[in-house]
Write a protein of this length. Structure first.
Length: 83
């Protein structure tokens, strides 16, 4: 395993890495490794998450009905666009 040191990290990049670290709930080192692996196509595709797993199946029937009513307009097909 290699050890790397990264110097001259711009302030905005450092701040964004710290923010990402907090969002992921992981160490800065692990966050950087995850981001590099992802950027280089080396991440484990099976462990990737969109973050919705924790909420899957938690809506009540009323909440689901409200959501479906709210997005009903987006599910209409505009026949003119498909000609």
């Amino acid at each position: 395993m290699r050890h790397l040191t990264i110097r001259n990290v711009p302030a905005d990049l450092g701040e964004r890495l710290q923010e990402e670290k907090r969002l992921r709930g992981r160490s800065l080192n692990q966050t950087v490794l995850d981001l590099l692996s992802q950027a280089l196509g080396l991440e484990d595709r099976g462990s990737r998450s969109n973050g919705l797993g924790a909420t899957a199946g938690t809506w009540s029937a009323a909440e689901q009905d409200a959501f479906e009513r709210a997005i009903a307009d987006t599910e209409q097909i505009d026949e003119e666009l498909w000609r």
